[in-house]
Design a protein around this ligand. Structure first.
Ligand code: GDP
Ligand code: GDP
Length: 436
């Protein structure tokens, strides 16, 4: 069985994302100079007292607008009920009990899933009189919480952990996580079945699981993987409208927790807008990416066909030219295993570290070969470079002036690093610091 999943549900502004960020720890800042790349996360892995679990903030899925709140809350509650093992229902102790709270409680009560009721914004030890109103919801004892002041968080986490399924896997997991992403009918399930049919499945997944994706742990040539298949649930979900939106939400949640994303494309249909959107999410999140073109058996081929298709991919997804492509047919069992080998290589590239000495001599050589840009007589100087992070690889450069570091020169340096070290399948990020 996979990691327990806790969904946080509640009205806008009750403090869900504050709680989420407190539990998950410091928000992972995506270090990049482009504004607007730091996104709120809707899915994160967390740990409490050595117990590993996953947290999904259903409120972060969509920005709220006043008129749609009741509908939106029903939707959130629905997602939570479909996907979670335990639901954290968050209310606002300052605002008191509201009609919307009652409505959500009614829905949650019917699921049979365990619900923990938190009353947030209780910032002092004394409980307000109307705190006791929350008992009326009929979903158990309300627990006081102040997410802002970090009060009561431990009690909430204890209560959540106490409701985890007994057979849940709460160990830290060191397998390579591969998310299989793509539009309905591209062959995601067929692919996962082909892999699991030929290899040892470590623990089979529970039939009828209602998680937002199905995790299959599998061992291939002595290496542990977890295949995250986002296809299975869609068919089981009662929610038929907004299929497209739901499949994007699920894709995003799966991407957030993977190491490598297999972006599966239908050879006949080619690359669609939705494929590009999902590729963009994986790229921004700094995940490993492999473009898998499936149903290659359906294409009439000559010796140019693969090159032509590759050109289309390059043209449509210029922002991830580092991602390798592979052309497969699950139906004819063509190159299916090579996909896993490629994903493994990409996952290793994502974790690769370049020694500082080597990096600095590479950069000095690069600077000698191509003069850095200058402006009004002042030339860019690079004093020092170091790789300061992995997954994705992050390089820090100490320079004399940030405005002098043109995009094109950064791109040149990236190409030099890639020429020497490859980093195939992973984005690499740069941060430039001025010498103080
Ligand atoms: P969400 O819409 O449910 O995700 O709510 P947010 O986490 O964005 O919080 C909404 C507002 O409530 C923000 O201004 C928070 O600073 C504030 N807030 C969150 N937790 C607490 C708390 O424990 N006490 C108080 N007083 N304010 C809080
Ligand atoms: P999912 O919705 O992405 O999980 O797609 P499925 O795995 O359910 O596959 C959708 C359909 O495509 C099924 O009818 C499969 O048999 C078919 N299919 C999958 N892979 C291939 C392939 O490589 N070639 C052909 N011709 N059909 C395929």
């Amino acid at each position: 069985m996979s990691k327990p999943l806790v969904a946080v549900v509640g009205r806008p502004n009750v403090g869900k994302s504050t709680f989420f960020n407190r539990v998950v720890g410091r928000r992972v800042a995506i270090v990049e100079d482009t504004p607007g790349v730091t996104r709120d996360r809707i899915y994160a892995e967390a740990e409490w007292m050595g117990i590993h679990f996953a947290l999904i903030d259903t409120g972060g899925i969509e920005p709220a607008s006043a008129e749609v709140i009741p509908a939106q809350m029903r939707e959130q509650a629905q997602i939570a009920m479909d996907t979670a093992d335990v639901i954290l229902f968050m209310t606002d102790g300052k605002a008191g009990l509201t009609a919307d709270d009652r409505e959500v409680a009614n829905m949650l009560r019917k699921t049979g899933k365990p619900v923990v009721l938190a009353v947030n914004k209780i910032d002092t030890a004394a409980l307000p009189d109307d705190f006791y109103d929350f008992y009326e919801l009929g979903i158990g004892e309300p627990l006081p919480l102040s997410s802002a002041n970090m009060l009561g968080i431990g009690d909430i986490l204890d209560a959540l952990v106490g409701e985890f399924p007994k057979d849940a896997d709460t160990e830290e997991d060191d397998s390579i996580k591969i998310a299989v992403i793509g539009k309905p009918n591209v062959g995601k399930s067929s692919f996962v079945n082909a892999i699991t049919g030929e290899n040892r499945v470590i623990v089979s997944n529970i039939a009828g699981t209602t998680r937002d994706s199905i995790d299959t742990p599998v061992e291939i040539d002595g290496v542990k993987y977890t295949l995250i298949d986002t296809a299975g649930i869609r068919r089981k979900s009662k929610v038929n409208e907004n299929i497209e939106k739901y499949s994007v939400i699920r894709a995003v949640a799966a991407i957030e927790r993977c190491d490598v994303c297999l972006l599966m494309i239908d050879a006949v249909e080619g690359i669609t807008e939705q494929d590009k959107k999902i590729a963009g999410v994986a790229h921004e999140a700094g995940k490993g990416i492999v473009v898998v073109v499936n149903k290659w058996d359906l294409i009439e081929k000559d010796s140019h066909t693969m090159n032509q298709f590759q050109k289309t991919i390059d043209a449509e997804m210029t922002f991830m030219s580092y991602a390798p492509s592979i052309f497969i047919s699950v139906e004819e069992k063509q190159r299916v295993k090579n996909v896993i080998e490629l994903a493994r290589a990409v996952s290793e590239n994502r974790a690769m570290r370049v020694p500082t000495g080597q990096l600095n001599s590479l950069i000095s050589d690069a600077v000698l070969m191509k003069q850095p840009p200058s402006d009004k007589g002042k030339r860019l100087k690079i004093y020092y470079a170091a790789q300061v992070g992995v997954k994705p690889p992050l390089f820090s450069f100490k320079i004399n002036s940030r405005p002098l570091m043109h995009f094109s020169y950064a791109r040149y340096l990236e190409n030099k690093i890639r020429e020497a070290y490859g980093f195939e399948g992973t984005s690499i990020k740069f941060v430039f610091r001025e010498k103080g």
